[in-house]
Design a protein around this ligand. Structure first.
Ligand code: ZN
Ligand code: ZN
Length: 99
């Protein structure tokens, strides 16, 4: 992994996201205990709302925040609330400015 690659924001391929969505059955796959949901969040999501700014918004999230790994098993379907909270928590943990 070169320095240049690190600076490129990696994204999942559409195919990977599609497969992850099918795996999730349209439910949030977040399992963080700090979010207040027991076990898996399971919030019902709408496929066409991906990336939109509303209540049913969802996004593909990198497991462990590892943006260099775009394999299907690192692609998690997260609802907007979990996605936002996870990013905030990871940022707090790492305390490294990302931009
Ligand atoms: Zn969720
Ligand atoms: Zn959550």
């Amino acid at each position: 992994m070169s320095e240049k690659d690190k600076n490129d924001r990696k994204e999942f391929s559409e195919e990977t996201i599609d497969q992850a969505w099918k795996r999730s059955k349209g439910r949030c796959e977040c399992q963080r205990k700090t979010h207040g949901h027991e076990g898996q969040c399971n919030k019902k999501l709408v496929y066409s709302n991906r990336g939109r700014d509303n209540d049913d918004y969802w996004e593909a999230h990198h497991r462990n925040g590892d943006e260099t790994n775009n394999n299907l098993d690192h692609c998690l379907i997260f609802c907007w609330g979990c996605h936002k909270q996870t990013i905030a928590e990871d940022a707090e943990k790492n305390k490294s400015p990302k931009k």
